[in-house]
Design a protein. Sequence first.
Lengths: 263, 106
Amino acid sequence: MKRIVATLLLSIMVACAPGSDPVPELSPEGVLPPEDIRSGYAFLTPETQRLQDDRFENPGYLWVDRGAALFEAANASTPACASCHSDGMEGVAATYPAINETSGALLNLEGRINQCRTIHQDEDAYEYESDELLALTAFVAAASNGAPQSVEISDRTAPYLETGETYFRTRRGQFNLSCQQCHTETWGKKLRGDTISQGHSNGFPAYRFEWQSMGSLHRRLRDCDTGVRAEPLPFGDETYIALELYLAARGNGLEIETPAVRR
Amino acid sequence: MAGIRLAVPSSATKGEIIEIKALIQHAMESGFRRGSRGEVIPRDIITRFECRYNGALVFAADFHPAIAANPLMTFHALADKSGVFDFTWTDQAGQVWHDSAEITVT
């Protein structure tokens, strides 16, 4: 009996030994190799791709239109966004999340818009996931449509990237899954009827069929966390913003697609 | 506030068949869904869409709960003379949204 157990143990150890595991697709660090990076667009059906490409039919433009109106709108006491940003916002969103020079904190686009509102416009911050904030974020992000995602990877962003990467690689929830396991190691395979994407953020805020509405990246992250039966973080949470930075860095070079259409 | 997007060609030749698209932002809540606490989310839908060309009804549709959110209508009309396309959406409570687009027919 002891002998059988010993043999069994030995065979398990051999199976788990480093070097015997055939995962040649992964680079040593477990990061997607640049030639394999694909936008979520690549995993859509041709019909959904056409809907995203059609500048009229894409329902996300309802929010972009509204954002454009809000950008120009001024109250009697406060200047409009457009009065400072008269050159438009082209290319700006591709560099977010970014470290804010005034506060030194890492801000995503939503946070940056709300900072402008509270500091320069003397208004209350928009509630996260409110229609107004989604509309403005979509408008600003859509101004970078086609620009390659290029967030800062440097010493000062390193701590945030590390926080984000740790979250990405940590198994969580009742399903005990990490983001990494699905979106880096298993992308392209099927999860029920869906093809697993690489989990890039270049289309957000995006219009999702499941929501029948526009939604922020944090709403999507909360859905992923709920999907593995983990406790989702609150909207605008610092860890989610760090994760947002890691996701963007991991997909640096992908073109911004806002407003994207996703399942 | 409902966002409306219209696609009507600004000009057409007389007798030409033109494509018209109209998109409105609306939740089209079916009344069959339940919230996170199990309560029924009340039905809230647009029930009628109409398009008038210089006052004459050229296209209309009755909407039911199975229509998706942010309904998009695509249809065709015969360009007859210069004028205005009027679009109205009416919801179950009688609230009306309205927009229009001009066309020059030569």
